[in-house]
Design a protein around this ligand. Structure first.
Ligand SMILES: Cc1cc2nc3c(=O)[nH]c(=O)nc-3n(C[C@H](O)[C@H](O)[C@H](O)COP(=O)(O)O)c2cc1C
Length: 324
C-alpha cells in the first residue's frame, strides 16, 4: 500500500478518496470503499436531506464499517437557505472527515465540523480557493480540475492546478478530475498529490445506487462523449457541470416540465424537473437519458460494473506498476 500524508491523517491505507456523489453514493458505497482501505464518502446532495434522514443514513453506514469515512456537503450560497446546519454537527460527531464543496471556504463551517471532532476538507477549483480553504482551517484540500464529472469548480486541467496548489498550501492535497485508472492516479501521485479523489469510476460500483441506464451509458462512453456545460442549471445557476453529451441532446429535445420522478432521502417521491441537476439513482423513473448524467473525462476507465473493493484494488495495482 502507498502511505502518504493523507493516509496517515485520515487513517486509511490507500491514498484514494471516493467522491461523495449525492444520491448515487449511499452508505453501502462509502462503507465498501472504506472497508477496501480507501476513504469512502457519503453523498448528501439529495432532496429530503434533514437532520433525521442524515442520522438514519449515518446509522446505516456505521453498521456496515468501523473504518474511517467522510460526509460531503454542497454549501453553495444559493442552496444554503434550504440547508439545516445541524447536519454538519451530526456528521462531525460520527465521521472522520466532513467535506464541503462550493462557495467561498468559510471558517465558521470549518469550526463547526472541527467542534464535533472531524477533520475538515474543502473541494476547490483554484489555487486562490485552496489558500482560502487552508486559511479557513481545513486539514487537507481537494483540488478539482476541469476534467471532473458532476459540478465543476475548476477551470484548468487537474495536473496544472495541482502544480499551482502544491506551491500554495502546506496541508495535504488530493487531486480530482479525470482520474479513473491507475495510470492517471500514478501521474497525480508522481506530480506531488497526497492522494486522488475518484468519482465517475465509482458510479459503476455494485454498491453505488446509480440507475442502470446511466451506468450502461457510462460504460459505452469515452472522454470525448462528455461536455462541460451549464444546461442543467435550473435551481442552481452559474454552476458549470460535466455530463454525458447525450443527456444534453436528450433534454434539449424533451418537451414538458418534468423528465420523470425520483425519491428523496426522506422517502418522498418528487418530480425530476427538466434541466435540474441531480444524482440519477435507481429510484429515478421517466426519461433517464434526459437527466443530468454526470461524467468526467475519466469515463473511458468505466468498462464494467465491479465491486468497490475491486475498483480500489485495480487502481492501486495499476498505479503501483506505473510508479515502479
Ligand atoms: C455522479 C457525480 C455526482 C457528484 N456529486 C458531487 C457532490 O454531491 N459533491 C461533491 O463535492 N462533488 C460531487 N461530484 C464531483 C466529485 O467530487 C469529483 O470532483 C469528480 O467526480 C472527479 O472527477 P471524476 O468524475 O473524473 O473522477 C460528483 C461527481 C459525479 C460523477
Amino acid at each position: 500500500m502507498i502511505a502518504t500524508r493523507f493516509t496517515e491523517l485520515v487513517g486509511c491505507t490507500v491514498p484514494i478518496q471516493q467522491a461523495g456523489m449525492g444520491a448515487v453514493s449511499p452508505p453501502e458505497l462509502a462503507a465498501a470503499v472504506s472497508e477496501a482501505g480507501a476513504l469512502g464518502m457519503l453523498g448528501t446532495a439529495h432532496p429530503g436531506l434533514t437532520a433525521a434522514s442524515l442520522s438514519a443514513q449515518l446509522d446505516r453506514l456505521r453498521a456496515l464499517t468501523d473504518k474511517s469515512f467522510g460526509v460531503n456537503f454542497i454549501v453553495a450560497p444559493q442552496l444554503l437557505k434550504h440547508f439545516d446546519l445541524r447536519c454538519i454537527e451530526i456528521a462531525a460527531r460520527v465521521a472522520r472527515v466532513v467535506e464541503f464543496f462550493y462557495g467561498e471556504p468559510d471558517s465558521t463551517l470549518v469550526e463547526m465540523a472541527h467542534a464535533g471532532g472531524a477533520l475538515v476538507t474543502w473541494q476547490v477549483g483554484s489555487s486562490r480557493e485552496a489558500v482560502a480553504a487552508a486559511d479557513a482551517g481545513c486539514d487537507f484540500i481537494v483540488l478539482q480540475g476541469v476534467e471532473a464529472g458532476g459540478h465543476v469548480r475548476g477551470t484548468i486541467g487537474t495536473l496544472a492546478l495541482l502544480g499551482e496548489v502544491i506551491e500554495s498550501v502546506d496541508v495535504p492535497v488530493l487531486a480530482a478530475g479525470g482520474i479513473g485508472a491507475g495510470r492517471a492516479m500514478a501521474a497525480a501521485l508522481a506530480a506531488g498529490a497526497d492522494g486522488v479523489r475518484v468519482g465517475t469510476r465509482f458510479v459503476a460500483a455494485i454498491e453505488a445506487a446509480a440507475h442502470p441506464e446511466y451506468v450502461a451509458a457510462l460504460i459505452a462512453a469515452q472522454a470525448e462523449d462528455t461536455v462541460y456545460t451549464e444546461v442543467f442549471s435550473r435551481g442552481f445557476r452559474d454552476a458549470p457541470h460535466r455530463v454525458l453529451r447525450s443527456s444534453v441532446t436528450a433534454v434539449e429535445a424533451f418537451q414538458g416540465d418534468a423528465v420523470g420522478e425520483t425519491t428523496g432521502l426522506d422517502e418522498i417521491r418528487v418530480p425530476a424537473k427538466r434541466l435540474v441537476a441531480f444524482g440519477v439513482d435507481k429510484t429515478a423513473s421517466g426519461t433517464i437519458g434526459a437527466m443530468s448524467l454526470f461524467a468526467g473525462v475519466s469515463v473511458g476507465a468505466v468498462k464494467r460494473v465491479q465491486s468497490a473493493a475491486k475498483i480500489v484494488r485495480e487502481l492501486v495495482e495499476e498505479s503501483s506498476r506505473e510508479c515502479r
